[in-house]
Design a protein. Structure first.
Length: 369
């Protein structure tokens, strides 16, 4: 049964710890999620700022494919501006085989901090994404040979030698965030699934309602899809944001407060140089401000269920919630949060709890008759 919940691992880890153990922790977390029947696990790619240690997510996807049985594994995402499209396509098809069809190719332009190190500006990132995307799609899911020449790569009658694992296409998902129109429109133009990050909205404009921006992303994608004769399905839309569930609301906030403070002020404020607090918001209330703005879900089972339903209503509906794992809590508390999500939150979201409840109601009603 599909839980409609997945993991998104940037992954980020506080500095000062053993990087090897941090990487191993990511694989252990995906194994845990697989046992809990989570639908998906996404691995990000980062090369700067110290916290995001994974620069080759395909290696973790390959490792996780041998440790798991049912969870789908995804690139989250391949920055097409920094990779030759043929190599992107080749790795995707190999991972499709290693996962036995459980692989998702997530794509995007790339993060600005990494782009600076590679000598790329935002305009160049978007231009390269626009050039490489149709080429990758044809190499991965098409049958034609590709000949193309740009100012950063060239292909002559290119075609992969290895076929896909199954007869159907490999799912390709476009990452969208912030207020950018480019990525949602590309998703609509090529009929791709879409993965949207609620996280950046609260960082760019603290206190702003995140769901408004998310709904706008879907609107841009749908408009583009209509222009290009494509049809999008909201069930293929994923929204990623931090989530932590506790036995009580107070416990949940207490478990993540210190880790959240370090993540916000050491990573985003100090390392990334972002403005992270809106005027008038004291540091000790930063977590509450984020949750209130919709940039995170923290609380009891009932509170998180209510938060997801509010997101569904405000956005018009989406298919899956991706839990952005920000290492705000210890491994034990993070594992417990995921277990509460799987056992008690997911059944209320995907409808799995309805039939047992109906059986109880029927038994009571029948006895009364």
């Amino acid at each position: 049964m599909h839980s409609r919940i997945g993991l998104f691992l940037s992954p980020v880890h506080e500095t000062g710890q053993d990087p090897h153990l941090a990487i191993q922790r990511n694989l252990e977390l995906v194994e845990h999620a697989d046992r809990l029947n989570f639908d998906e696990a996404w691995f990000g790619e980062h090369h700067t700022l110290g916290w995001g240690l994974v620069g080759a997510p395909e290696t973790l996807i390959a490792a996780a494919s041998q440790r798991t049985s049912q969870i789908r594994l995804a690139h989250g995402v391949v920055p097409l501006s920094g990779h030759h499209p043929f190599h992107v396509a080749s790795r995707a098809v190999h991972l499709d085989h290693l996962t036995r069809g459980r692989y998702i190719l997530g794509v995007g332009p790339g993060v600005p901090f990494d782009a600076t190190m590679f000598g790329l500006d935002g305009a160049t990132q978007r231009k390269r994404l626009d050039e490489a995307l149709p080429t990758v799609l044809e190499l991965v899911n098409g049958e034609s040979r590709v000949t193309q020449k740009t100012d950063w790569y060239e292909l002559r009658d290119a075609k992969l030698q290895l076929p896909r694992f199954g007869p159907g296409p490999i799912e390709v998902a476009m990452a969208t965030s912030g207020t950018s129109v480019t990525s949602p429109r590309l998703a609509g133009r090529y009929g791709l699934s879409m993965t949207s990050f609620a996280l950046p909205f609260a960082l760019l404009t603290p206190g702003a309602p995140d769901h408004i921006g998310l709904a706008q992303q879907w609107k841009h994608a749908e408009e583009s899809a209509e222009e290009h004769g494509q049809v999008l399905d909201r069930n293929d839309w994923r929204i990623a944001l931090p989530v932590h569930v506790g036995e009580t609301s107070k416990q949940a906030f207490d478990e993540v407060r210190d880790g959240y403070d370090r993540w916000l002020f050491e990573y985003f404020a100090k390392a990334a140089g972002r403005e992270v607090l809106s005027p008038g918001t004291p540091r000790e209330k930063a977590l509450e401000a984020r949750v209130e703005a919709g940039g995170a879900l923290v609380g009891s089972v009932d509170e998180v269920v209510s938060g997801i339903r509010r997101m569904q209503e405000a956005t018009g509906g989406f298919g899956k919630l991706l839990v952005y794992v920000a290492d705000w809590a210890s491994s034990e508390r993070t594992n417990r949060s995921l277990e509460l999500l799987a056992r008690y939150v997911a059944p209320q979201i995907n409808g799995a709890a309805a039939r047992p409840r109906e059986a109880v109601d029927w038994a009571i009603a029948s006895r009364a008759k």
